[in-house]
Each structure stands twice: as structure tokens, then as C-alpha cells.
Design a protein around this ligand. Structure first.
Ligand SMILES: [Ca+2]
Length: 94
């Protein structure tokens, strides 16, 4: 029982750390706010667009890699992230 409680506490702490990281760190492309940019971020954007998932407010800011930056996150953002990952884009700056 104690191990389960510790595991739950650890999960809680991880979420707290993740929230703190995500709260004030802009990392272009990191839609899921885990500190790295990979294909999962494009997937998170697409899931957000079809309402199978939600991006945090920081996640939306991180996800916005195309212009205009004040437009909602779109599939173009996901596409640019994927193009960046295969080096068809030089940066994730909008
Ligand atoms: Ca990420």
C-alpha cells in the first residue's frame, strides 16, 4: 500500500514539475510541454484540433510556429514541426 502511495505522490510531483516547466518556458514547437520537440508535438496539435486532446495555454504558445502568430494553432503548425524534424525547415520561428 505504501508503494502505491509513493508512486501516486511521485506522479503528482512529476505533474507539478511539468506544470512549472510549462508555465514560463517558451520552446517553439513543444506543444505538449515536455521539454523536447518531436513528432509527438505535431500529434498533440492534431489531436487538439479534432478535440481528442487539449493543449495548455503555454502549449498553444509553443505550438504556434507559423504566421500570423495571433491566429489559432492549425494543422500548418503541425506540418511545420514535422518538416523541421526532417530538416525541410531551418527553424521553428514563425
Ligand atoms: Ca514536446
Amino acid at each position: 500500500m505504501r508503494d502505491i502511495d509513493q508512486a501516486i505522490d511521485f506522479g503528482f510531483i512529476c505533474n507539478e514539475v511539468k506544470d512549472l516547466y510549462c508555465a514560463d518556458t517558451l520552446l517553439r514547437g513543444d506543444a505538449d510541454c515536455n521539454g523536447v520537440v518531436n513528432a509527438s508535438d505535431a500529434a498533440a496539435i492534431l489531436r487538439h484540433l479534432v478535440q481528442l486532446g487539449q493543449l495548455t495555454e503555454q502549449g498553444k504558445l509553443n505550438a504556434k510556429v507559423t504566421r500570423p502568430v495571433d491566429a489559432p494553432v492549425s494543422a500548418a503548425d503541425a506540418a511545420k514541426i514535422l518538416r523541421f524534424l526532417v530538416q525541410l525547415e531551418k527553424s521553428l520561428e514563425p
